[in-house]
Design a protein around this ligand. Sequence first.
Ligand code: SAM
Length: 232
Amino acid sequence: PLSERLDAIARYVPADGAVADIGADHAQLLISLARSGRLKRGIAGEVNLGPYHNARQRVAASRFENRIDVRRGDGLNILAPDEADVIVIAGMGGALIASILESGNNRLRGVQRLILQPNNGAERVRLWLAENGWELRDEELVRDGGILYEILVAEPGMPERPYEALPLTREKALQIGPVLWRKRHPFLKSRLEKELAGWERILQKLQSGRTREAEERRRRVTEEIGEWRRMI
Ligand code: SAM
């Protein structure tokens, strides 16, 4: 069975598509989709040798070798034009996900949905999507093993000012997620509290500084804390 995190990702994969999982590692997601009869075709991409062999072995053992192709390569380079309907990139930092999308931008033509699960730095992914003609269709927070994971679902489209039509600064809307905010996601409060706790720890560490610079940093961190408090 899939973890809560991968299961939540799987629920966003439309049935009967050609699905590329970039950084597939164990290839569990594609194997599970194939098992439940929901996968027309799967492409597992891996840049690193260990995970690549891992994916190959798991796919071979699953008896879905005819349906799931395992390829070694960097990011979206493993895809031929118009090959995938859906692309999943999960379990990496947001900066890496954004850079994979940026350097593979020319492979995204024809792709109908991106399902992205950044482990951190989700604002980098949201910014890339907004600047490259991808509309956030849904966002989800899942709790798995005590950790909150963010899932972003995007489709081609250009919504008007998605980050400005909220009672948040654009910066905060990018960090928090406009859809999570609008749907008042039940886990959002814990997510914001975690952010606040992080800033409070930073302030603690800054307490001893006596220089003007330290004072200025304290002022900025205190401001940040105030902003997060107001949102909770
Ligand atoms: N996607 C799986 C999941 O969510 O459970 C595995 C996540 S694993 C933590 C991240 C994987 O991404 C690693 O196996 C790593 O080798 C792979 N990876 C990192 N950078 C990559 C890139 N540029 N192209 C393809 N795979 C990459």
